[in-house]
Design a protein around this ligand. Sequence first.
Ligand code: GLA
Length: 382
Amino acid sequence: MSIEDQVKASFKKEFGGSGSTYASPGRINLIGEHVDYNGGFVLPGAIDKRLVAEVKPNGTDRVRLYSADYAETVTFGLSEADLPQPTWARYVFGVAREIIKRGGSVRGFDAAFAGNVPLGSGLSSSAALESVFAFALNELFECGLAKKDLAIVGQLTEHNYVGVKCGIMDQFASVFGKKNQLILLNCSTLEYEYIPCTLPGYRLVLVNSQVKHTLVDDPYNRRQESCERVVQAIAKRHPQVALLADANPDMLREVKGVVSAEDYRRATFVIGEVERVGNTCAALRRGDLTEVGHNMYATHEGLSRLYEVSCKELDFLNACALQHGAAGSRIMGGGFGGCTINLVADAAYDGFVGNTLCDYEAAFGISAGVYEVKIEDGAKRI
Ligand code: GLA
């Protein structure tokens, strides 16, 4: 049964009748990791794994929410004190609250949802959940929010109701995704442009380590605090620097003795990553996929050694990629588990997949997941 049919059947069973159906995708990011909250450019795209929700206003001031994946129903009100217990329901509650804070008149509704974005795999299942409800509630209650606001509603849901101080990349990609296009997004201004994701002779392949990550209560927020401390040190000398992406390597060197060695390593990664995004875009535009791949490997090295958001399984998958002929490979998303994203020439594909799966299983006793990426549209009514 398709997810859409599953959601329709669930809605009918739980609440009777039918509502309006919406879908919203997970995302990949070609390059530009941990750069969004530092105000740099990122290069994400929405993918063909998505979350589907059927939603119907119910004429009350209460929400009845059914998760088909958890086979659980939660009911809650819409004032600040009504925060539901399960984390999955907090995402929906947070979206409704953030829309209400912006003047939208969200009232009670019934909703059922299900998805096939693997959870905790760095593919932003949570952004898919936020953006599908932001899109649906905005439309059904005629709140009049622009698409950028919907992405911000999702981001602030993470900040205020989940406790992850994430950047805007995931929610932006989930809302603004476009088939076969990557989004070059300036995270300071939210200006963006679409860049065709044409990779002649190559494929983008995700390898899921099956190591689950969670960004709640974890080192993600601490990475951000490191970046903020370095910005404060640089801004004393260069007041124009408000975010790390505004700084250059010389400015960073000036504060080497002032900030901790750990904070210095974190900032070294970010400033290098900002430069790699520029290199990668230029390489993409001239069709130099070898150079794109080199940048991806360099990003992995930085994420592993300097930003320290890798783990032994992801480092192993990266080494496999190099050994088995991937042109590029790196950790994708927040880190600490999840997927690597790999750029693989068509001719190398079978060998890469077969050997990587085999080596990974032999080393860790885990069978990795492999998904070839298709770039798809963002949040929409279906
Ligand atoms: C997570 C966050 C994003 C971004 C990435 C790292 O996916 O939600 O905002 O910071 O990590 O690039």
